[in-house]
Design a protein around this ligand. Structure first.
Ligand code: SF4
Length: 285
């Protein structure tokens, strides 16, 4: 048992073989690599199989409403920007219900890491197609002959376009690489997105471990992550080959850098000098 295991009797309720096991192990390893101070680390989850991750890891944690991971993480970070804030959720949570929040968090460049457990289905509710499902995918809810008729959201391409300043993809079947992507994302100053390819062994019969093993390819060492055009071109590749690694990275001011209220440090560390709380309370009563 490591310092990062939850000191509770919780046993993960994920299905045996679920890709979430690789993700939680990689996250704990990333915490250890970075020697994160657990008292200064906050994990914010949405709702779904993926969002149970906070129950099994030892740090401060908030379980939010479905799709509301990023606004809550934003609030935590702006109240105390000294904290390491990590948001985690699934493709349904983040790209469906939470899509609007993803757009605005990216363009603002909040200093938050966002790890998306992308299993291409809504697993917790028994396998409906999600915003990242393959076209033509058959499920109990999208049966033959048509299957899924919607085009999938490309998380990497969208994150680059919207203004996230670190964008990577990793595969839960390669935990060393996933650990490295997570550590780089947490270390990055700005909105850091990692699209994590995660098989759902119970409800996704298409994107299996075997399917990914044949396709994932690490981006070549000659790729310059500051080359936006090349990053976008790589993001467009999905089929017989699926690139994984760091696509895009830039240094630009975070949202908090632009706020004069935070120049003096986190709000929680600033004195309430001159604030007349009692009259304010009377006014609000
Ligand atoms: Fe994992 Fe899918 Fe089972 Fe959920 S339903 S725990 S995503 S295998």
């Amino acid at each position: 048992m490591s310092a990062y295991d939850a000191n509770l009797d919780y046993v993960p309720t994920w299905c045996p073989g679920c890709g979430n096991f690789g993700i939680i192990n990689s996250l704990k390893k990333a915490f250890a690599v970075l020697e994160l101070d657990l008292e200064q680390t906050v994990l914010v989850n949405g709702i779904g199989c993926s969002s149970k991750i906070g129950q099994y890891i030892n740090c401060y944690r908030i379980e939010t409403l479905h799709g509301r991971t990023l606004p809550v993480a934003t609030g935590v970070k702006l109240a105390n920007h000294g904290l390491t804030v990590i948001a985690e959720g699934g493709d349904g949570d983040g790209m469906g219900l939470g899509m609007g929040h993803f757009v605005h968090t990216a363009r603002r460049n909040l200093d938050i890491s966002y790890f998306i457990h992308n299993n291409q289905v809504y697993g917790l509710t028994k396998g409906q197609t999600s915003p990242t499902s393959e076209p033509g995918m058959f499920t109990k809810f999208t049966p033959p002959p048509l299957g899924n008729v919607e085009r999938p959201v490309n998380i990497v391409d969208m994150a680059i376009s919207l203004g996230a300043s670190f964008v990577a993809r990793a595969y839960t079947g390669n935990m060393n690489q996933l650990t490295d992507m997570m550590a780089q994302a947490i270390r990055h100053r700005g909105f850091a997105v990692v699209d994590i390819l995660q098989p759902c062994v119970s409800f996704n019969a298409v994107n299996t471990y075997a399917w990914y093993q044949q396709r994932v390819r690490t981006i070549g060492g000659d790729h310059d992550p500051s080359d936006r055009e090349r990053a976008k071109a790589l993001a467009g590749i999905w089929g017989d080959e699926i690139p994984v690694g760091v696509f895009w990275r830039e240094e630009r001011p975070t949202f908090a850098d632009s706020l004069p209220q935070l120049k003096g440090g986190p709000l929680t560390a600033q004195p309430l000098a001159g604030a007349d709380i009692s009259s304010l309370m009377e006014e609000l009563a």
